[in-house]
Design a protein around this ligand. Structure first.
Ligand code: NAD
Length: 260
């Protein structure tokens, strides 16, 4: 599906990361991949993973820092020249903000979550787009907390709502350049970022019980959908949020807790 395409995978922290499921699917489908890492500690984890899928680019990227985003894309331009796709799989919120009642969200917590988890997609898209000469595809990762008040998801739900709105505006903005922008809304998966969400084990159990398929999804299932959206097979799809949640969001919820 992706033979002959070059793309960036932003947001691998370790082999549990959703971005790693995406990378495995994209590698299997024939893409040439480049990776980012946040800080030296994570470089030690990401480098062997990147090497295992023959990555041709690996560079630091902290999306809180415009100079680093510029340097990252300068490097992409120098090394690759052009680009076919970008996977944005990055989010961050203060852990305390995901435990305290939502009404206690501070201005700083709000800024941080929205900056790293939503604005970063815009910052990445504006630098990636000029390198996507022959059209391209951008995919980001969202969650149901954008459209429903999921317990403990709090300010991250607000950030995901902003992220999904940004997908629509970017899709509108870049559509004339034949660049597609989509989000994948994944069901809960145990990762480093997920561990910041209070009572995540309970959320996973509830999601499995309420899902059409009576289970949770895997990183690779999210990766497979993402690889499809990055491919030419999805050439008519843009501005959408695609759920990979074993059917949870179309159901009535957790039958264990809502017997009606
Ligand atoms: P993860 O911890 O493996 O990945 C999060 C990534 O964000 C990490 O690689 C981290 O280094 C990166 N990151 C954080 N701050 C950054 C910064 N300032 N600059 C650059 N990178 C930064 O966890 P994950 O669950 O794979 O998260 C990936 C995406 O999937 C996130 O957007 C998350 O909200 C979303 N998501 C996760 C779930 C889930 O249940 N795990 C469900 C739906 C959506």
């Amino acid at each position: 599906m992706l033979t002959g395409k070059k793309g960036l995978i932003l947001g691998v922290a370790n082999d549990k990361s959703i971005a790693w499921g995406v990378a495995q699917a994209c590698h299997r489908e024939g893409a040439e991949l480049g990776f980012s890492y946040l800080g030296e500690a994570l470089e030690r984890r990401v480098r062997p993973l990147a090497e295992s899928v023959d990555a041709s680019l690996l560079a630091p990227l902290d999306v809180a820092d415009d100079a680093q985003i510029d340097a990252f894309f300068d490097r992409v331009k120098q090394q690759w020249g052009t680009l076919d796709f970008v996977v944005h799989s990055i989010a961050f919120a203060n852990k305390e903000a995901l435990k305290a009642p939502f009404r206690m969200t501070t201005r700083d917590d709000f800024h941080l979550a929205l900056d790293i988890s939503a604005y970063s997609l815009i910052a990445v898209a504006q630098r990636a787009a000029p390198l996507m000469n022959a059209g391209g595809s951008i995919v980001t990762m969202s969650y149901l907390g954008s459209v429903r008040a999921v317990p403990n998801y709090n300010v991250m739900g607000v950030a995901k709502a902003a992220l999904e709105a940004s997908v629509r505006y970017l899709a509108s903005d870049l559509g004339g350049d034949n660049i597609r922008v989509n989000a994948v809304s994944a069901g809960p998966i145990r990762t480093l970022a997920a561990s910041a969400v209070g009572d995540f084990r309970h959320l996973m159990a509830k999601s499995a019980r309420g899902a059409m398929l009576k289970r949770n999804v895997t990183q690779l299932e999210v990766g497979n959908m993402t690889a499809f959206l990055l491919s030419d097979l999805a050439s008519g799809i843009s501005g959408e949020v695609h759920y990979v949640d074993a059917g949870f969001h179309v159901g009535a919820g957790d039958p264990g807790e809502n017997p009606a």
